[in-house]
Design a protein. Sequence first.
Length: 492
Amino acid sequence: MSRVELGMPAFPEAARVSTRDMQLRANLTHATRTIRDKRAQAVSELDDWAELRAAGAAVKERTLRHLDHYLLQAEHAVTAAGGTVHWAVDADDANRIITELIQATGETEVVKVKSMATQEIGLNDALADAGITAYETDLAELIVQLGNDLPSHILVPAIHKNRHQIRDIFRDHMAHWGRPAPDNLTDTPADLAEAARLHLREKFLRTKIGISGGNFLIAETGTLVIVESEGNGRMCLTLPDTLISLVGIEKIIPTWNDLEIYLQTLPRSSTAERMNPYTSTFTGTTPHDGPQTLHLVLLDNGRTDTLADTTGRQALRCIRCSACLNVCPVYERAGGHAYGSPYPGPIGAILTPQLRGTTTPLDASLPYASTLCGACYDVCPVAINIPDVLVHLRERIAQGTTTTRNGTTVTIKPAKGHTTERLAMRAARWTLDHPTAWNTTLRTATTTRHLHPKTLPTRTTKAWTNTRTLPQIPTQTFRDWWQQRERSRSTD
């Protein structure tokens, strides 16, 4: 998906390292708890939140069922409004298209609006290979870029850094990318924001090409919608001569009326605001107003394959609010880098293995990066049942099954390291299908309870009990207790 994440270890190994970083854990704990508390307050203000959530899920689900129709409708509308539509099959295809579009202008610099899609395809690296410098203009993305780091959160990419660390990054690295940080820079938020504003202003005024993603693409008019909090996006969308927008094909919604739902649910779920400070909508090109050339690159990159999975496709409803990250106990302790993907947290644990497949140890481990507590489902504004998809993907990894890759049905073999799990599940299925065997198993377990170990024996299973206590077996089975109860009642 993104070249910068290649070679990452599986999630358990990466998390084992990140959870030892006490500063990282302190930063994440403070930030995620603050955001989720504010979100809960913002959501509680709406009496019809449940109805909005259901409506948002229904619109997305209907759109995915008829995605071919809406994609063609959007292409026609964008073209009629003066834009040019490009279709990208995968990351390499998208990088090639965007690179060639920039090279055709003769420019070697671009300014970027925060975009998960560009992170997904590794666009900055691809442009750098072609001699093109991409400047991130979102404050958090700028921090990550200056620090030669990777984003660790969907909404707040630099959530793993505190303000003291950010000040040091600005002091040490800002001069290498343009205007240096002020000599007397402090770590107050106002000073840090001012340093970033002065640094970026010259790039906004000089650079002739802007690159954006898109929160939504309205099919009926071909209108792109970008929501943000800082105003940097508005600068990138209006000042350059050429605008290139990379948008995943799942970002389409049918009508302007549908947008009304998400403009209520997205800001409250993401930044805990009642509305976005900046909501930019643009349709094609207008003479002497804004970019005079608009290119829309529609990205597949595994989305069509995901769409073919009737259980897993609900991940494509995601509107990138990041609410699931802020309530996830695993993300709060491990951080975003451990996921080895631009999409960390619960949504990344189900989206990444579907977009990239499960052939690598990292991708095969992501569906297990969850306690299945269900908090992610409770806060999702489009009702993605993340725990259900996690279990679905775990079954695919452990048991092997058929799935769709590059539009072709393929058979996936069971992943390595799941033999014990697979045998245990098969034994459990057989036992549960045979009542006599099940009753015998229960009675044997109760009569031998004093012999049961406190930890599991093998290396793989022992890792499970290192952090969990095995449940105690009761002195009698429920059925024996029930029969005893009924006998005592009949004699009374």
